[in-house]
Design a protein around this ligand. Structure first.
Ligand code: FPP
Length: 238
């Protein structure tokens, strides 16, 4: 089925899952799954430009992932740096802006420096945005927002009875980014895993059994086609 260019989701968020299983099935070390998974990131980013998706948010490292073996964390951080070094050219060529949501300060200095460089260099681009969720947890994000709002109340800057949904949304990590229209999860698990809990309130969910390292343009297009068949009601009855 062909894609309707009029109904492309503006923002797609992805829980990239199944790297470890992909490697295990092949008798390879887990890091190999993450390496091939990084190629899927490149492919999906390219597909977003091809199909006209403006915002892509990827759950690359959760606040809970820090409990993984040190060697795996090191391997993931190395991959992230490699990705930033190699992908920066593509971001420039396509005028795609890089942003991070999460506690960036938890990351090793070398990764943070690379991230800050690319974030700064691409900050003025407007053709697309890649948001990497790094050391990210949605409950922490909401807690951070509550703390910032409480501080404003304490200072007398904000009155409690004027706090609305917009106030809360406005204190999340990327308040100017529209909510995801589509949330994809690979590897067949039906879980949100502490990802964008506030922002995905009305997102369409798409779960595929395909493991992340095998998720490329064709699988992404299939997710968009499926999304286009949905009838979004946002709580209404139309
Ligand atoms: C989940 O698979 C995946 C991750 C925790 C990390 C995702 C990282 C990448 C795709 C590579 C690097 C990222 C970028 C942005 C270049 P899992 O390990 O939980 O898989 P499993 O559930 O099968 O064990």
């Amino acid at each position: 089925m062909a894609l309707d260019p009029e109904k492309i989701p503006r923002h797609v968020a992805i829980i990239m899952d199944g790297n470890g299983r992909w490697a295990k099935q092949r008798g390879m070390p887990r890091i190999r799954g993450h390496q091939v998974g990084a190629d899927s990131v490149r492919a999906v980013l390219k597909a977003c430009r091809k199909f006209g998706v403006d915002y892509l948010t990827l759950y690359a490292f959760s606040s809970e992932n820090w409990v993984r073996p040190k060697a795996e964390i090191r391997g993931l951080m190395t991959l992230l740096r490699k990705f930033l070094r190699e992908q920066a050219f593509e971001l420039h060529d396509n005028e795609v802006r890089l942003r991070v949501i999460g506690h960036k300060e938890d990351l090793p200095d070398a990764v943070r420096a690379e991230l800050d460089r690319v974030i700064e260099e691409t900050a003025h681009y407007q053709k697309g945005t890649l948001l990497l969720a790094l050391s990210y947890g949605s409950r922490v994000e909401i807690t951070d927002a509550v703390r910032a709002i409480a501080e404003k109340v304490r200072c007398g800057e904000l009155a409690p009875d004027t706090i609305t949904e917009q106030t809360v949304a406005g204190h999340l990590y990327a308040p100017d980014v529209p909510d995801p229209d589509l949330l994809i999860r690979t590897s067949g698990e039906y879980r949100i895993s502490n990802f964008l809990l506030w922002q995905c309130s009305y997102s369409e969910l798409y779960v595929t059994p395909v493991l992340w390292p095998d998720f490329r343009e064709a699988e992404f297009e299939a997710a968009l086609v499926n999304y286009q068949g949905r009838h979004r009601r946002f709580g209404g009855i139309q």
